[in-house]
Design a protein around this ligand. Structure first.
Ligand code: PMP
Length: 444
């Protein structure tokens, strides 16, 4: 098979695809195309190998080009390409759900399948609202997110998300939403290694919102245990515990959006394990299939599931689902992925290299424009000072230069986020930070 390159792909072929989350005109003027991938590396269309510092988009946890997943997908397509899961079934999602539950903390025993992180989030929010209705508390409709939270792009996720760009473009698309403050604070926490010490008290804002709106109107709080897409924001020590306490006190469901932290990113299967805080609902996607086939899932506590199945006497308990919920091919990819995670110990591997990673991240201290460095598990962030009047420009320049010089990193505004595959070895960490160091030294 001939690989597409920017030289054999006519420039007119770039026109039709409206690229997501992309400055289309800027990209199409000087495209960056990835044409192959193996292990820790992508191959670019001009034939270069670049190290993957972002596991694609926080998703290729077991590294690229895993033969076992490809074989499982091919076999499944030939055996049973598709079958419905509405009033019908096929074995794969039952087997997969059972395997996932073995990995989950507490009594998060039930699994609802989706096709993406965004769908997982909107599913979780609908579960929360319906749960309270079934308990005779239909006034509990308010949802609480957090500033600088990212929960995907569907209606509910956009609304509970906390990025200004969403408000500007879409307004208040769902009403009855409130937000906690974000926990990022350079004055107190700049250059902290691991979890910041300052900021636990910010969880008390939930109490303030309860006083304002009354607990009887609040369905759920959703947070990312570690916020990724908006620049890697870490939870202060004690913060998540406090959110859990306040939710318990007022009968509010706590949802952890683990789309990026799920499947080993912090050195435990889930962030809930890492922080020792068990939410009522967990949303995942990405690493569930090593990103080979789109899939997401929502994990719920036993009591929530029982409320649905006991609460509806006859008929469909949860009037919700996707044509592709529990798609056979996605399930096959996920089962093969879980086998790899188990065989290679990847869901806990990060704890072995986290110290080396932390030192590498903090080795960048003192380089031009670096105003903060953050790390936890196999997550890193470099916050760069913004160019006055041009927010995001320095982050974008860093991303482009890294791409040109041998590393894929991700810019979220002027934050550079790093989240490599969990198979990373020390020499890869050295290589990645070698490129990043060189680039930071070149910044104007
Ligand atoms: N939630 C979180 C925390 C995410 O990071 C993302 C994606 N980066 C999503 C939800 C949305 O996932 P998807 O793009 O698969 O819809």
């Amino acid at each position: 098979m001939e690989l597409a390159t920017t030289t054999n792909l006519p420039s007119s072929d770039l026109d039709a695809f409206w690229m997501p989350f992309t400055a289309n005109r800027q990209f199409k003027a000087s495209p960056r195309l990835l044409v192959a991938a193996e292990g820790m590396y992508y191959t670019t269309s001009d034939g270069r190998q670049i190290i993957d510092g972002t596991a694609g988009l926080w998703c290729v946890n077991a590294g690229h080009g895993r033969r076992e997943i490809a074989d499982a997908v091919q076999k499944q397509v030939m055996q049973l390409d598709f079958a419905p899961t509405f009033q019908m079934g096929h074995p794969a999602p039952f087997e997969l759900a059972t395997r996932l539950v073995e990995l989950l903390p507490g009594d998060l025993n039930r699994v609802f399948f989706t096709n993406s992180g965004s769908e997982s989030v909107d599913t979780a929010l609908k579960i929360a609202i319906a749960y309270h209705r079934l308990k005779g508390q239909g006034a509990r409709q308010r949802l609480i997110g957090r500033e600088r939270g990212y929960h995907g792009v569907n209606f509910g996720g956009t609304a509970v998300g906390g990025t200004g760009a969403n408000r500007k473009l879409f307004g208040n698309i769902v009403t009855g939403i409130d937000h906690l403050s974000h926990t990022h604070n350079l004055e107190h926490n700049a250059f902290t290694r691991g979890q910041p010490k300052w900021g636990e008290h910010l969880a008390n804002e939930l109490d303030r919102l309860v006083t304002l709106h009354d607990a009887s109107t609040i369905a759920a709080v959703i947070v990312e245990p570690v916020a990724g897409s908006t620049g890697v924001l870490l939870p202060p020590v004690g913060y998540l515990q406090k959110l859990r306490q306040i939710c318990d006190k007022h009968g509010i469901l706590l949802i952890f959006d683990e789309v990026i932290t799920g499947f080993g990113r912090l050195g435990k299967p889930f962030a809930a394990d890492y922080f020792g805080v068990i939410p009522d609902i967990i949303t995942v996607a990405k690493g569930i299939t090593n990103a080979t086939v789109p899939m997401g899932a929502v994990f719920v506590r036993e009591e929530i599931y029982q409320t649905f199945v006991q609460g509806i006497e006859n008929g469909i308990e949860f009037f919700h689902g996707y044509t592709y919920s529990g798609h056979p091919v996605a399930c096959a990819a996920s089962l093969a992925t879980l086998d790899i995670y188990k065989k290679e110990g990847l869901l806990t591997r990060v704890s072995e290299i986290a110290d080396y990673w932390e030192n590498a991240v903090h080795s960048l201290r003192g380089l031009p424009h670096v105003i903060d460095l953050r790390n936890l598990g196999l997550v890193g962030a470099i916050e760069l000072e913004s160019i006055p009047g041009k927010p995001g420009a320095r982050g974008y320049e860093t991303f482009v230069k890294c791409y040109q010089q041998g590393a894929l990193v991700r810019a979220a505004g002027d934050n550079i986020a790093l989240s490599p595959p969990l198979i990373i070895e020390k020499q890869h960490i050295d290589e990645l930070f070698g490129v990043v160091t060189d680039v930071l030294k070149q910044l104007a």
